[in-house]
Ligand binder design. Structure first.
Ligand code: HEC
Ligand code: HEC
Length: 365
């Protein structure tokens, strides 16, 4: 059988029409086009990390999470978001000692800096949450933070023109639920990788530290051993590795009657006064310091470790034994050594990270 040109054209458009309709009916085809895997830029020395099988990072997922992170609709009176207490400019921490929630009530803990969360498995100062997906929903309903039921939060998002479409693209479902809400926020949080500080440039052979910075780094990493003439600040015992935290929980000697800490989670009196060892990346811009934000400068922090360790039954053995003097009762660093350690800590500031437009407030930028 022979077709005329007109018939050929008709056949062609029929095929195009069928193909287009198929695309409309099958969301997977659409998703495949827009939902690319998010490209993480991770230096090799950070070590391996595990992307959760049920929540891989995608471009549209991270973008949705970013918007939700800054979405004030997540608070009961539409005035606050996660970004209100985790500010990019301050390494995603809060310069206030205690963050104030929507009802004007302050909490009792210092807001934590958010970065390199892929390499952490316990969240909050007492480690009471073990996944970012689980953690993300807690500030929303917390009475002194965003103070809104999850149903109300989800309802508000559903009631917009933006979110149902965005959730559809990411999760293939335009009906929003708290599970997908948490997944999107967690994707954004995992994308918050800081790996471009002076310290990183040094590790990548692109920066030569000054003599003082290098001295600070060595002191930071070294456990003192006066018998062998080895001077050290002992920090690396807990803040070791390139991520500057070995992820342990310790009592670092803040009080003779320490706060409950990890014991609130385990019920074990042996865990009283133990807190999550925070990463020190961007530490120079995430003041104030410690779980209760008691120190406002790094000088105060160094004075604490050097001269003011408080003894209590759970004080960490790594601290008890550490001194630069034979049989010394405290660390006994010189003022110059303390200053050098601070110079090293300042090398951990990553200005690319705090200015990265991918992580900024999309309602402003
Ligand atoms: C009112 C201030 C405030 C708001 C709003 C807030 N946070 Fe926090 N965030 C904190 C404080 C304070 C802590 C430490 C609390 C503790 O340990 O008890 C914290 C801890 C965290 C941690 C743990 C980090 C770690 O290293 O263990 C994560 C993750 C986090 N917040 C994410 C979020 C997300 C996501 C939102 C929004 C849904 C949010 N936060 C909203 C103040 C806030
Ligand atoms: C025995 C383990 C241990 C040692 C040794 C140690 N730290 Fe810490 N560090 C911790 C823990 C745990 C915390 C959190 C404590 C808290 O908030 O109650 C902390 C908190 C900090 C903070 C505050 C972080 C923040 O986000 O608020 C800084 C800064 C710090 N340490 C620096 C140092 C330096 C510098 C040294 C060496 C002179 C050092 N640490 C030695 C375990 C340790």
């Amino acid at each position: 059988m022979k077709f005329t040109t007109r018939q050929w054209i008709l056949i062609f458009f029929t095929i195009v029409l069928i193909a287009c309709n198929k695309n409309k009916e099958n969301p997977k085809v659409q998703n495949a086009v827009v939902n690319n895997t998010y490209q993480l830029n991770v230096p090799f020395y950070f070590g391996s990390y595990k992307i959760p099988a049920d929540n891989p990072l995608t471009d549209s997922g991270v973008a949705l999470g970013r918007r939700l992170f800054y979405e004030k609709k997540l608070s009961a009176d539409n005035t606050m978001s996660c970004g209100s207490c985790h500010k990019q400019k301050f390494g995603f921490a809060d310069p206030n000692q205690f963050s104030v929630g929507i009802d004007g009530i302050a909490g009792t803990k210092q807001s934590m800096a958010l970065a390199n969360l892929f390499w952490q498995d316990k969240f909050f100062w007492d480690g009471r949450s073990s996944s970012l997906e689980e953690q993300a929903l807690l500030p929303i309903s917390d009475p002194i933070e965003l103070h809104q039921s999850l149903e109300a939060a989800v309802g508000k998002l559903q009631n917009t023109t933006y979110y149902p479409k965005a959730f559809y693209v990411v999760f293939g479902d335009s009906i929003i639920n708290s599970k997908n809400l948490a997944k999107a926020i967690a994707q954004f949080e995992r994308a918050l990788i800081t790996s471009n500080s002076k310290y990183d440039l040094y590790l990548k052979n692109k920066y030569t530290p000054t003599e003082d910075e290098l001295n600070g780094l060595n002191l930071f990493l070294t456990h003192p051993n006066p018998e062998e003439g080895l001077r050290g600040g002992n920090c690396g015992d807990c803040h070791g590795g390139y991520l500057t935290s070995l992820r342990g929980f310790h009592n670092n000697g803040l009080d003779t009657e320490p706060d409950i800490g990890l014991m609130a989670v385990t019920g074990n009196p042996f865990d009283k006064g133990k807190f999550k060892t925070p990463s020190l990346r961007n530490i120079a811009i995430t003041a104030p310091y410690m779980h209760d934000g008691r120190f406002s400068t790094l000088e105060q922090v160094l004075d604490h470790y050097n001269e003011h360790i408080q003894t209590s039954p759970t004080l960490d053995p790594l601290i008890i034994g550490a001194s630069n003097e034979k049989n010394g009762k405290s660390l006994k660093l010189t003022n110059k050594e303390k200053a050098d350690i601070i110079l090293f800590l300042k090398m951990l500031t990553d200005s690319t990270f705090i200015n990265d437009k991918r992580f900024s407030d999309p309602f402003i930028n």
